[in-house]
Design a binder for this molecule. Structure first.
Ligand code: ATP
Length: 311
């Protein structure tokens, strides 16, 4: 049994539709996805905006209710309506959010922000709490004197470290990191990502990393699942996905990553041209027609494949 098992997960939302519409199809934000993560590993969920990545993460932590399917964490199953058990999950599974500017309450001091989960789950005296928060700040590379400061007194990277300190306060086993660095400057992104890897080793953390950026996912993840409209187009080990992408959608995402190594640029241009030709043969148009960058049609309940060539 894997540390985290996600089986045929579906999360549908009611479609409120227009004012006069009587019956509408639900929004199938997540529509049958499947993956396992082993302890200490990082699994990346990749896809364009709206593909269902965040909804998947929120369902695992219990913030979205599951329409069908299952999430099993260390052998314990979280299913919809199983509210009692969610408490146990909340401690072991924490989330890091995308935007360190809006995810920290601007009116609260760092002490109160980081101690919030501690107050929910542990009974500490004021002095014990202060000492714990100072220790957490040191772990994330911030000075213990920061406890009395407010979020606006920190840089973006430092704020994300405060968010990480809050996430690791209860010594969780699994962290769902939803676009943890996409709001940060590129130079700061690498620092935060490397720091996340350091604490992963130190605490044997398991990550579910949600990102639209394949470059980041390549750097961080052992396995990757590529999502499109709530389903998978492809999943596998990071090396498999990058060395031998099977799906045109994956190829296109990979071909779009800029190569900083000048010796590989030529190869990348060639690959990009090949992908473009393959795409045009299948669709007649590289840029899609329905407003989506990559129009695909489903071949099965859980996977998408490119449309067949025209003519
Ligand atoms: N509470 C909700 N009610 C109705 N629809 C929702 C709700 N939450 C998400 N959706 C819809 O579900 C789909 C998937 O959204 P989700 O946020 O999971 O995508 P995402 O891949 O994380 O995108 P992004 O990268 O932009 O965050 C979208 O079409 C979104 O509008």
């Amino acid at each position: 049994m894997s540390f985290l098992e996600v089986r045929d997960l579906k999360v549908h939302f009611p479609n409120r539709g227009g004012l006069f519409s009587r019956k509408t199809q639900p929004i199938k934000a997540v529509d049958g996805i499947h993956f396992d993560i082993e302890q200490g590993q990082t699994y990346g969920l990749v896809g364009e905006s709206g593909s269902g990545k965040t909804t998947t993460g929120r369902a695992i932590i219990g913030l979205n209710s599951i329409t069908s399917g299952s999430v099993t964490f260390e052998g314990r199953q979280l299913t919809s309506g199983d509210l009692q058990r969610q408490g146990a999950f909340r401690r072991d599974i924490q989330m890091i959010f995308q935007d360190p500017y809006s995810s920290l309450n601007p009116k609260k001091r760092v002490l109160d922000i980081i101690s919030e989960p501690l107050r929910n789950f542990e009974r500490l005296s004021a002095s014990e709490e202060k000492a714990r928060v100072q220790q957490l700040l040191e772990q994330v590379g911030l000075s213990p004197e920061s406890i009395l400061k407010y979020p606006h007194e920190f840089s973006g990277g430092q704020r994300q470290r405060i968010g990480i300190a809050r996430a690791i306060a209860l010594k969780p086993k699994l962290i769902i990191a939803d676009e943890p660095v996409s709001a940060l400057d590129v130079s700061v992104q690498a620092q935060v990502l490397n720091f996340m890897r350091d604490i992963q080793k130190e605490f044997n953390l398991t990550y579910l990393l949600i990102s639209h950026d394949l470059g980041i996912v390549r750097h961080m993840c052992d396995q990757i699942g590529i999502m499109y409209k709530g389903r998978y187009v492809e999943q596998g080990t990071t090396d498999d996905i990058f060395d031998n992408p099977q799906h045109i959608y994956t190829k296109r995402l990979i071909s779009a990553i800029p190569d900083i190594d000048p010796t590989k640029r030529e190869e990348k241009y060639k690959f990009r041209e090949e992908v473009r030709t393959e795409y045009e043969l299948a669709y007649g148009n590289y840029f899609g027609e329905d407003g989506l960058a990559y129009p695909l049609k489903p071949i099965s309940e859980t996977h998408f494949v490119a449309l067949p060539g025209r003519g």
